[in-house]
Design a protein around this ligand. Structure first.
Ligand code: ASP
Length: 409
């Protein structure tokens, strides 16, 4: 039996091939319907299993992580290090996008009429910057039971941090609670190990469905933009992030990619940083030897706040829409795109197409119509693959970098 790592790689290649073949069959062919049904079923079971462990995992890993860090007086360094790393890498990602979009001008010369119908039928939910902040901060502190039940990750993270710090502040009095949570965390990791065995099948199913359902005619209409987004996202994921890893920790990109292949392929197939989190945690701890205290803190936080791929995409997409409309964005307007895309990517939850919702804010900030999101929606599932993989990559590299930074202090 090949290793799980290899099985996942084979499953991903097979998924793309079978999906492509399925896509060539006529829409009402029974084989196509059967394959699509089976892959939808299997794919949702896999994602369902990952989500099943997600919230208990986030809660326990943050409590235990923060408590351990606090006990070793490392909380400030880890927290500060993570924020600096998140901000810096996201900024570089957006700079890459803005430079590439200015050089290649995607969308220039395309006729807007092509998309007129989609834009007319689309009603965008308006989201202004002040509204966004209100929503963001109001949701940060919630009834923990509601947050746990609704899967509001950021609110769970905040509550878990309070508990973790309080546990240490209370000293020996709360030892038992900490031990119980530590054991519960181990239990979750054991279940994740079981779910991982299903990963090859889940990834196969998700990729078959993804590839079979792409609309080739539509993709070729905006092909230039898709290539630009893929190329810049890959540049960030293959050159920039591994470069930062190497410069700050001396670790080689090969070592990193070998240890995280399972997480990156899962992110690609699920388009969800949150659903991938259980696997990212395992890869970081088992293969890259990031201490649970640090991985358990940086990864959940990163999965909701640090999205290099999303920020890069939002910046590139804003310029694409402007080009389509025949509007030239000034340097000042591009600076506005930079800052709003930074905030928008931080606020986007790690679920499929989340970036599309917060994208509205970026468009509005520079006076572009929110309805233009309709142009991007049909191609979003495809673009969300690489963007989520790079989001997850950025988080895992962050945990390695932050560990090095914390240990130096
Ligand atoms: N799907 C992305 C993620 O989960 C978020 C986005 O839509 O950009 O990381």
């Amino acid at each position: 039996m090949p290793s799980l790592n290899l099985q996942i790689l084979i499953a991903a290649c097979l998924g793309v091939a079978i999906g492509w073949l399925t896509g060539t069959l006529p829409a009402d062919a029974p084989v196509r319907e059967g394959v699509l049904y089976a892959s939808t079923l299997l794919g949702s079971i896999f994602i369902g299993l990952l989500k099943m462990v997600l919230i208990p995992l986030i809660f326990t890993s943050i409590v235990v992580g923060v408590a351990n860090l606090q006990a070793h007086h490392q909380v400030h360094r880890v927290w500060g290090g993570a924020l600096v790393y998140f901000t810096l890498t996201t900024s570089v990602a957006m700079l890459v996008a803005l430079i590439a979009a200015n050089l290649f001008k995607p969308g220039a010369g395309l006729s807007l009429d092509l998309f007129a119908e989609a834009m007319n039928d689309f009603e965008a939910r308006q989201l202004t910057l002040p509204e966004f902040f209100l929503h963001f901060f109001a949701n940060l502190f919630q009834n923990p039971f509601a947050a746990l039940a609704n899967g509001s990750i950021l609110a769970v993270v905040v509550f878990a941090m309070f508990i973790g710090i309080a546990l240490v502040a209370g000293g020996d009095r709360y030892r038992n609670i900490l031990v119980v949570l530590q054991e519960f965390l181990e239990l979750m990791m054991r279940i994740i190990g079981w779910i991982m065995r299903l990963a090859p099948l889940g990834i196969l199913a998700l990729l078959i469905k993804l590839v079979a359902e792409q609309d080739v005619a539509l993709l070729s209409a905006v092909g230039g933009f898709i290539v630009l987004v893929f190329a810049t996202t890959l540049f960030h994921g293959i050159v920039v992030l591994p470069g930062i890893l190497f410069l700050t920790t001396g670790r080689s990109p090969l070592w990193f990619f070998r240890g995280t292949r399972e997480a990156l392929i899962t992110a690609f197939a699920t388009s969800s940083s949150a659903a991938t989190l259980p696997i990212s945690l395992r890869c970081a701890e088992d293969n890259l030897k990031v201490r649970p205290g640090i991985a358990g803190f940086v990864l959940p936080l990163g999965a909701t706040m640090n999205m290099d791929g999303t920020a890069l995409y939002e910046a590139a997409a804003a310029l694409f829409v402007a080009n389509l409309m025949g509007i030239e964005l000034s340097l000042a307007q591009q600076a506005v795109v930079f800052f709003t895309a930074m905030i928008a990517s931080t606020g986007a939850p790690g679920i499929p197409s989340a970036g599309m919702v917060t994208m509205v804010m970026v468009l509005q900030a520079v006076g572009l119509p929110a309805e233009a999101v309709a142009i991007l929606l049909p191609i979003d599932r495809l673009l969300d693959t690489v963007r989520t993989a790079v989001n997850v990559e950025g988080d895992i590299i962050g945990s390695v970098v932050v560990q090095r930074f914390a240990d130096r202090g």
